[in-house]
Write a protein that binds this ligand. Sequence first.
Ligand code: PMV
Length: 343
Amino acid sequence: MTLNKSEVSWKSPSNIALIKYWGKKENQIALNPSISFTLKNCYTSTSISFIKSNNFQYEFKFHGNHKPEFIPKLDVFFLRIKKYLPSLSKLSLKINSFNSFPHSSGIASSASAFSSLALCLIEIESMFSNIINEDNFFEKASFISRLGSGSASRSIYGPLTCWGKTDLFTGSSDQYAIPINIKNNNFPTFCDSILIVDSGIKKVSSTLGHQLMDNHIFKNERISQSHLNSSKLKKSIESNDINLFLEVVENEALTLHALMMTSNPNFILFKPNTINIIEHVLKFRDETNTKICFTLDAGANVHLLYPKSSFQIVQDFIKKSLIVFCDEERFINDEVGLGPEKN
Ligand code: PMV
């Protein structure tokens, strides 16, 4: 086959889970369905140049530098995906990745990193074989992303995505994420302001965190709760019930951390300033009736979700009352976006 191209490039955003994925079974299958907003400004841009080779090999650079600490995770990923992308076995890849957001911000970057990498690999495979076609391109990209990082499977689509089998959404699957199309044109576009409380490296890797769900005393309750919360979230969007939406999102964030605090071994990822921010947000919501809520990843940083129409009032609030709790006064303004773009 003659190739007219030997480099591919994709830009893929991070996402923020509204219904949290926590705990997994064999082969990167989640214990429960998860739902997220895809972001816009926080993304990873990955390009891969490739040449034919007798065997598979790759070189990886992040912001132009070799990153030996990323290699073990990448090795596991390539081992997992090789049977699904057979053309890789005869290629040598040079991978270059860039994040739009600061690397040391404590923002999880595995979702944007693995989804942009998967999109590039799927495009390469589509040039050599007919396993990938126009109809299954994004489904396969989500499937491959999942094998790198579960949450990455959801970054393939925007603005709202579900990964995991649930009766709520036709076509939902444990193997890949699907875009959710809830018909309600009145539901506002949300912003996500990420308050950087701790820019350090994660104290507990999500791999270990997921494992601690295996024998968690609340495992079955968590699975039931995630299904119930998913249906409440769907209803809140369908019926434009923003208060219900805020309630479910906060319940999920606190549940995630409650699960960590009650696992064995346990761990606390909140910092005093995480709680300070949460308390101020609740007070601000009460006093101003602004539709705003907080959510958290597996870390100390706080995501504030609110409709775009409240952007200015929330910015003023952050600068007046919250910035003192942020590491070096850092926060990042993002908003819900439409998903990856080919460069
Ligand atoms: O994709 P992972 O393995 O890094 O796990 C992500 C887990 C959470 O961010 C805490 C929740 C989620 O659904 O994104």
